[in-house]
Design a protein around this ligand. Structure first.
Ligand code: C2E
Ligand code: CA
Ligand code: CA
Length: 396
């Protein structure tokens, strides 16, 4: 009778007493126990020691399968046992695509475990051998930088290193400023000015975007009061909001509070969300947007055209404004297809009663072409980059 039977390409059956793999064998896979019992053992000074007994649902053999070294123990079926194979590539591809800090943690833990094993097997001579700093065990600079940046970001609000800059949104026909978009800046004590692309993602991953976003909303609304006092009541403020903020149960209440405390007309606050927010949270965004609309605020769909741009979003969500992503505006003149996309978005938006803001206008020709298509509003370096409050008020 055969001790091992191949049930199919990934399942194996081992009779009671069969060795599944032996210590020092090369490894190509890990195993998950479907039925039966497996004993893991090792030889210490020619004496067999049982390290563990494992049952259904448990995985073994993953260490060597992960780091490509030889098996550090022997696995034996102590009952008739059925196993599912997980080949090394399946494990490694997942580790490769993992978040860098998770990857690092795994490599450090694996390394420590191997070291402990060595001490266990050779208690006499291995005791003073220190952990070998091989390439995998050395903390990568990228991962350290990220952890440091996260620690610094935790303190940035308190240390008042965060600031808002304001970029005007203008009427393409008249050139008048109709509002501002608040854009976050981080003045790091040692690293200087850090652009949002370098820390917003990190803030979202770590949920730091929740307190930071709360501060952005409050600060932008307080500054809007001053802008409106200087110019006119109708001036609007656009604030970028992450899905992570919306998902916080207190968020809608915070918007209501800020409206009450500042006394701004709700429709002059415009919350900018991206399509990814609509996609990532199933049915919740419709509720969030409806709650915002009940408070009287406006909703803009940011970076339109870059994501999935599903037309069903435009039907399902009560949106006020579409912001055409700057990549289309930049490509408009060299690429007739981009021009057609911009024209199509404008027509669609107007048919559905949305406002359109074209982002990233840098050239007068872009402004003219957009205005000719009926695009009312624009934003870009042609008018002004995002500037400090004092400079922004001078623009009015
Ligand atoms: P966004 O919301 O699409 O903001 C527009 C970005 O385009 C800004 O970059 C702005 O400076 C830049 N920009 C404006 N006009 C031009 C132009 O004519 N040419 C070019 N090449 N670029 C232009 P910024 O300030 O670096 O912000 C980058 C992104 O960071 C924003 O993209 C937004 O997604 C995010 N962000 C900024 N502030 C916040 C915030 O308070 N909260 C959240 N959640 N995200 C924010
Ligand atoms: Ca935006
Ligand atoms: Ca945008």
């Amino acid at each position: 009778m055969k001790a091992t039977i191949e049930l199919d390409s990934v399942r194996r059956q081992f009779d009671r007493g069969t060795v599944i793999f032996e210590e020092r064998e090369a490894a190509s896979c890990a195993y998950v126990i479907e039925t039966g019992l497996v004993e893991i053992s090792t030889d210490v000074d020619d004496e067999r020691r049982v390290l563990a007994t494992m049952g259904p649902g448990q995985m073994f053999g993953e260490m060597a399968a992960l780091d490509g070294t030889e098996r550090s123990a022997t696995a034996t079926a102590i009952e008739d046992t059925e196993l599912t194979l997980i080949v090394s590539d399946q494990l490694r591809s997942r580790v490769e695509s993992a978040e860098p800090i998770l990857k690092l943690l795994l490599s450090v833990i694996l390394n420590r475990f191997r070291h402990e094993q060595k001490l266990f097997r050779h208690p006499g001579n291995g005791g003073c051998e220190s952990l070998r700093p091989d390439a995998e065990n050395v903390v990568s600079k990228g991962a350290i930088d990220k952890i440091k940046l996260e620690s610094d970001l935790r303190g940035a609000l308190e240390k008042r290193e965060l600031a808002l800059h304001y970029q005007p949104i203008v009427s393409l026909a008249s050139g008048n400023i109709v509002g501002f978009e608040a854009l976050l800046r981080w003045r790091h004590a040692e690293l200087g000015m850090i652009p949002p692309q370098s820390f917003i993602g990190l803030a979202e991953e770590t949920a730091l975007i929740v307190p930071i976003g709360r501060w952005v909303l409050e600060q932008a609304c307080r500054d809007l009061v001053r802008f409106q006092a200087h110019a006119r009541d109708g001036l609007s403020m656009s604030v970028n909001v992450s899905g992570r903020q919306f998902a916080e149960p207190a968020f809608i209440g915070e918007i209501a509070n800020v409206l009450t405390e500042t006394g701004i007309a709700p429709e002059t606050l415009k919350l900018e969300i991206t399509e990814s927010v609509l996609m990532d949270y199933r049915s919740a965004p419709l509720r969030w947007i409806e709650q915002c609309k009940r408070l009287g605020t406006q909703i803009a769909l940011d970076d339109f055209g870059t994501g999935f741009s599903s037309l069903s979003y435009l039907v399902r969500f009560p949106i006020d404004t579409l912001k055409i992503d700057r990549s289309f505006v930049a490509a408009m003149h060299d690429d007739s297809r981009s021009l057609k996309v911009v024209r199509m978005i404008n027509q669609l938006a107007h048919n559905m009663d949305f406002d359109v803001v074209a982002e990233g206008i840098e050239e007068p020709e872009q402004r003219t072409a957009l205005a000719r298509m009926g695009c009312e509003l624009g934003q870009g370096f042609l008018f002004s980059k995002a500037v400090h409050f004092d400079e922004a008020i001078e623009l009015l």
